[in-house]
Design a protein around this ligand. Structure first.
Ligand SMILES: O=P(O)(O)O[C@@H]1[C@H](O)[C@H](OP(=O)(O)O)[C@@H](O)[C@H](O)[C@H]1O
Length: 225
């Protein structure tokens, strides 16, 4: 059931973590987030594949893989949170800290710190905060929280809602009238009511993604004024 889409996921992950990249491949990164959110690939499968890249023994590949994981945590909600907020995953990252170069170490410390703050009110993800506190006691020095991450701590991408008709014009979905999701509000829309796209800086989405008409107006009201 996931075979076709896991091929798409694997292709996008290869592109987003290529050692030839000179900067993040946001298109492939956002494609990975979409594939996960649409349920086209199991979150567990996705995280195992990202773990392989994070421990690829090539610092460039590892940094890009950590950035892909960072985007998935920001944009795929509990699907991914449940996979990384575990003792096993935290131990995986801590073990990497011991053997990886500073660039990779600093990215890992940055992520554990951001996630610890982001999950501060989520009891089921307490292991992240416990790991962060333990590492501070062990003497790890964490980087200062980046502005963008501080924004992320306030705003998390909404879970995608389900529905049998467009949230805006109420037309029913079917073989012809396909459903789509707005990446800003997470609601479900027909193609006509979600034909526009926009970046969503508060979710760390730096490339244009599908949004509904009303979210487009909200996100771009400064330009519209
Ligand atoms: O076209 P379909 O086979 O119905 O698949 C839909 C597309 O993948 C939509 O992606 P999009 O929002 O990027 O269009 C997604 O939002 C829907 O949940 C899926 O049902």
């Amino acid at each position: 059931m996931f075979s076709g889409s896991s091929a798409g996921f694997n292709r996008a992950l290869e592109k987003a973590t290529s050692q030839l990249l000179l900067e993040p491949d946001w298109d492939s990164t956002m494609q990975i987030c979409d594939i996960i959110r649409q349920g086209d690939v199991q979150p567990k499968y996705a995280v195992v594949a990202m773990k392989r890249k994070i421990s690829a023994e090539n610092p460039h590949v590892e940094i890009y893989a950590l950035q892909v994981l960072e985007s998935c945590v920001k944009n795929c909600g509990s699907l991914i949170h449940e996979e990384i907020a575990t003792k096993e995953f935290m131990e995986f990252l801590k073990d990497l800290l011991k053997i990886r170069p500073d660039t990779v170490k600093n990215k890992i410390l940055e992520l554990i710190q951001v996630w610890s703050h982001a999950f501060r009110n989520e009891p089921s993800y307490k292991v992240v905060q416990d790991t962060y506190n333990l590492m501070k006691l062990e003497g790890h020095t964490f980087p200062t929280l980046k502005e963008a991450d501080a924004m992320f701590l306030a705003e998390k991408a909404p879970e995608w809602k389900e529905g049998d008709c467009c949230n805006r014009c109420r037309t029913k979905f079917g073989m012809v009238n396909r459903q789509h999701h707005c990446r800003n509000c997470g609601e479900v829309f027909c193609g006509k009511c979600s034909a526009k796209s926009s970046i969503i800086p508060k979710f760390g989405i730096e490339k244009e993604v599908r949004v509904c008409d009303s979210c487009f107006d909200i996100l771009n009201k400064a330009d519209a004024a």
